[in-house]
Design a protein around this ligand. Structure first.
Ligand SMILES: Nc1ncnc2c1ncn2[C@@H]1O[C@H](COP(=O)(O)OP(=O)(O)OP(=O)(O)O)[C@@H](O)[C@H]1O
Length: 254
């Protein structure tokens, strides 16, 4: 079976900074791949290149038979690709439930006119979205927050709402940019359980993360970047012992 995501020779410079240099990456269906590396290594730029937020200077991104380079980020949910952002981008005026419902918007056929007129189809679709959102909110143990304004939640819960919103799009591939940022140890363990369960549900994930215990606990494969390049790509136990990785990332001499 071919990989769900194949990145080949992806490069992008900003002025004199080669943020991402000739990066190759393959993500197999049903796996979790972590991308780690020190600050400025190019991890977020890589996600931005894959998802069309930044245009590459060179390279290709193949996702489930679709070439992604040149596509707009807004095309990706309908192909089955969702992402979360480094800082939670929840809509402050909306509740947790409404924010999660936004992630499922691609499933609605209702458009502006029927929305404005609140035709029966719109109301039916809204009910379906609401029940899909409530299911995910329950899955992530956020039910007590469902009717709260999303941005009133503690930081850790907001990250989980972002994950729920990503899952609401029923993605084949979910890209997570530092999902454990701002989480304490017990919230991080809870997140690890959630991501395990998500993978059991058949969703493939790419995760940018600084929290090594989370990375080691849940990843099938780990890509290590430093100064725009991939310096290691292996299973977590091997990556952890890699001398170049320890030097670049963990600041250990060898
Ligand atoms: N829009 C931009 N304009 C100029 N330089 C940029 C831009 N985006 C990223 N860079 C530079 O590219 C390099 C890689 O940045 P990037 O944010 O991808 O790293 P990162 O590995 O995600 O870091 P962090 O872990 O701190 O989030 C950095 O030197 C950064 O300053």
């Amino acid at each position: 079976m071919s990989p769900l995501l194949t990145v080949r020779g992806l490069s992008r410079s900003f002025g004199g900074v080669a943020a991402v240099q000739s990066v190759d990456l393959e993500v197999e269906q049903g796996t979790i791949r972590a991308v780690i590396g020190p600050n400025g290594a190019g991890k977020t730029t890589l996600l931005d290149l894959v998802t069309g937020f930044t245009k590459p200077d060179m390279g290709t991104v193949d996702f489930d038979g679709h070439q992604l380079v040149g596509r707009s980020p807004r095309d990706l949910p309908s192909l089955g690709l969702m992402r979360t952002f480094q800082s939670a981008r929840l809509v402050p005026s909306l509740t947790v439930r409404e924010n999660v419902m936004l992630g499922a918007y691609r499933f609605t056929r209702a458009r502006f006119l029927s929305d404005a007129l609140r035709l029966p189809r719109t109301r039916r679709e809204e009910r379906e979205l609401r029940s899909r959102a409530d299911e995910l909110i329950g899955f992530l143990d956020l039910t007590r927050f469902a009717d709260s304004r999303a941005t009133d939640l503690p930081a850790g819960a907001q990250r989980l709402v972002e994950v729920a919103r990503g899952l609401a799009g029923a993605p084949k591939l979910l890209l997570l940019d530092e999902p454990a940022a701002g989480l304490d140890d017990s919230e991080t363990r809870e997140l690890a359980d959630v991501l395990h369960a998500v993978r059991e549900g058949g969703v493939t994930m790419v995760l940018i993360e600084h929290n090594m215990s989370l990375v080691l606990a849940i990843s099938d494969q780990v890509t290590v970047m430093d100064a725009g390049k991939v310096i290691a790509d292996d299973v977590p136990s091997t990556v952890r012992e890699d001398a170049a990785v320890r030097k670049a990332y963990l600041g250990v001499a060898s």
